[in-house]
Structures are given as structure tokens and as C-alpha cells.
Ligand binder design. Structure first.
Ligand code: ZN
Ligand code: ZN
Length: 140
């Protein structure tokens, strides 16, 4: 009984790579929209408008240091299971950034796309893996 309790308290979020997985129970799509159920699906007219996860025009785009961006909701759900950019596999050691410029350019590229959905850009509950230490060579 006691052993069972100890075993249960051992974190189950360590992946095979030794990276920490999210602490909280995995979120689902509906948890992430502050209002509405998400944007109407919009087919992209240019490849770089397309989210690599849902294949529609990015809604509430967030980007990472590799330069790729995705819908906030798509990448937030992705981060429940993976710690790499879905497009290029760059390891993600911190939360993506809100991409204001892309948000504005997508809004002007799709004037009839009535994306009235709202998200709060929260990354709560995610514990990002620690970045490996960079080895600095000794100075000569
Ligand atoms: Zn998406
Ligand atoms: Zn990438």
C-alpha cells in the first residue's frame, strides 16, 4: 500500500529522452479557446500561411527561434506530447512568441476570414526541457 503510493508519486512525465513532460493532465482543443470554438477553417492561398499542424491558415500565430510558426492552439496541444518544432524538429526550450507581424499580415491577406476566436496565449502547466549547457572551449 505504502509502496504503491510512493510509486504513484514518481513523476510519470519523464520521456525516453529524459525530458520532462507536462505536469498537468493533457489539455484538449476546447480548453484553449477563451471564446467560441475556434476560427472558421480557411484554406491557405500561399504555403507560408499554412499551419503545419492543422493545414489551415494560422490562427493566432506564434513562432519559435527556428522561424516556424503555428496556430497558438495547435502548438499548445502539440507541446503536451512533443518538445520539438513540428516542421523542423528544433528542440523547444521555452514558450513560443506571439507573432504580431504575421497575425496582421494574415488578417489583411484574408479580409473575409472572420476569425473572431480568442485565445489567452497561456503556456501554464508546461515545464519546458532544460537546454543543454553550451560547452565553451578554453581560451588559448
Ligand atoms: Zn493550426
Ligand atoms: Zn521549426
Amino acid at each position: 500500500m505504502r509502496v504503491a503510493r510512493i510509486l504513484r508519486s514518481i513523476p510519470t512525465r519523464i520521456s525516453i529522452l529524459g525530458w520532462r513532460k507536462p505536469r498537468v493532465q493533457a489539455l484538449v482543443h476546447a480548453d484553449l479557446w477563451v471564446a467560441g470554438e475556434g476560427p472558421p477553417e480557411q484554406l491557405p492561398i500561399l504555403d507560408h500561411h499554412e499551419c503545419g499542424i492543422c493545414h489551415h491558415v494560422k490562427s493566432h500565430p506564434v513562432s519559435y527561434i527556428c522561424g516556424h510558426s503555428h496556430c497558438y492552439v495547435c502548438i499548445r496541444l502539440w507541446l503536451e506530447h512533443e518538445w520539438m518544432c513540428p516542421d523542423c524538429r528544433t528542440p523547444m526550450y521555452h514558450d513560443p512568441f506571439r507573432h504580431w507581424g504575421e497575425e496582421a499580415s494574415l488578417a489583411s491577406a484574408y479580409p473575409d476570414w472572420n476569425d473572431e476566436s480568442i485565445v489567452n496565449y497561456s503556456w501554464d502547466g508546461l515545464i519546458f526541457p532544460k537546454a543543454p549547457e553550451v560547452l565553451v572551449p578554453d581560451s588559448p
